[in-house]
Ligand binder design. Structure first.
Ligand SMILES: Nc1ncnc2c1ncn2[C@@H]1O[C@H](COP(=O)(O)OP(=O)(O)O)[C@@H](O)[C@H]1O
Ligand SMILES: [Mg+2]
Length: 361
């Protein structure tokens, strides 16, 4: 899988750009505020139907324009090409896959397994559990075919249970949603455990290569007491949930804590080490996806050189190129990207939102 052709209109300072991407490595260079992150934002929009910088898509549209579009061609395994597109105007989002309109973001995401690393990514390690759940569930979604359906059923039952909890005056003797909730919760928990079992050894391998450490571990918290059946937990906590007005425990509260030497990873590591750790986590996700489904990821790394010394940059570039994934990295200067010998790649220079392919001299 590779994104081959890209056509962008009205994303931040990119009025219009047509870019032919290489199937493996692409390097985007340009000075500050030239449009590097905006390009990654456009690609992210195509794969996730949202921006990683602004909650409101209105802010992403070039000033003075009334809407944005991003169109891409995805080259599949069997030479077939799938056109995908997203447009946003007048508060409405429109998405198309292979010429057909789609309404769910997952329809788009399923076609473009996309991973993004920015200079802020290390915050996943220390901020809210929601970010780590999202990280884990991205992987589960792409390798477990039924995950989306089970998760949707769980969320529907959760909304209904929460609504009934708030109707205190009309309390039901036993919450009728608990059975559906518990069935789907067990499945979600199993999917996640199974995923992390495959993920951890791959992560350990990349951490060893990038950080020369062999003391990485994961602490998975399912979202309710580990030694209790979830249905029993719901029953036990019913009164408390009624007074809170929502379901306090469940897979919607799960977490996965990354530990180094038995302690949360962000507590005793430098900024550069945290960045390398995040890269190891994403490389492990890409490798697991490839092992389980034979599909390749598209990995975007904004400002790859930031925080990294020459040796670690080179090591990271080696691993990215070995992964076989399509990779798009940005930097302020091409000399800060150590391209492995024999790697096929394309280099683009961007200035004021205009991209030009360049020779690597
Ligand atoms: N909605 C917008 N319309 C037009 N330009 C924008 C918009 N939002 C941001 N910009 C500008 O786009 C330029 C490129 O930003 P960015 O892609 O973040 O640069 P880089 O990552 O290369 O440093 C900046 O000058 C920024 O001010
Ligand atoms: Mg930037």
């Amino acid at each position: 899988m590779a994104l081959t052709h890209l056509h962008i209109q009205n994303i931040r300072n990119i009025a219009e750009a047509r870019i032919e991407l290489a199937p493996y490595l692409n390097v985007i260079c340009g000075l500050n505020a030239s449009g590097k992150t905006s390009l990654l934002e456009a690609i992210y929009l195509l794969g996730r139907a949202k921006s990683f910088r602004s909650a409101q898509l209105q802010k992403v549209i070039s000033r003075g324009a009334s809407g944005l579009t991003v169109f891409g061609q995805i080259a599949g395994e069997k030479e077939q090409c799938i056109p995908v597109g997203i447009a946003w105007s007048a508060d409405k989002i429109r998405m198309k896959v292979a010429g057909q309109p789609v309404t769910r973001t997952s329809d788009l995401a399923g076609h473009l397994p996309l991973l993004l690393i920015t200079p802020d990514s290390h915050k996943i390690l220390s901020l809210a559990p929601r970010l780590r759940r999202r990280f884990m569930d991205w992987g589960v979604f792409h390798v477990e075919h039924d995950f989306m359906a089970v998760w949707s059923r769980y969320c529907r039952a959760l909304r209904q249970r929460n609504a009934s909890l708030r109707l205190a005056a009309r309390q039901m003797p036993e919450n009728v949603w608990d059975k559906v909730l518990a069935e789907n919760a067990q499945q979600i928990d199993q999917f996640r455990r199974n995923y992390l079992r495959g993920f951890l050894p791959l992560l350990a391998g990349f951490v060893e290569k990038l950080l020369q450490r062999n003391d990485i571990s994961l602490r998975y918290l399912p979202g309710w007491a580990q030694d209790e059946d979830y249905h029993e937990s719901l029953t036990r906590l019913l009164e408390r949930d009624r007074s809170l007005g929502y379901t306090s425990k469940g897979p919607h509260r799960a977490d996965v804590i990354v530990e180094v030497d038995g302690r949360p990873a962000h507590e005793h590591t430098s900024g550069g080490q945290q960045k390398l750790l995040m890269c190891a986590m994403y490389l492990a996700q890409a490798a697991l996806l490839k092992n389980r489904t034979s599909r390749q990821c598209l990995i975007l790394i904004d400002d790859l050189p930031a925080e990294l010394d020459t040796r670690h940059r080179a090591r990271l570039m080696d691993l990215l190129c070995e992964s076989g994934a399509q990779v798009i990295v940005t930097a302020t200067d091409k000399d800060l990207i150590e391209i492995p010998q024999a790697a096929g790649y394309r280099l683009f220079h961007v200035e004021q939102g205009v991209f030009n392919e360049q020779e690597y001299l």
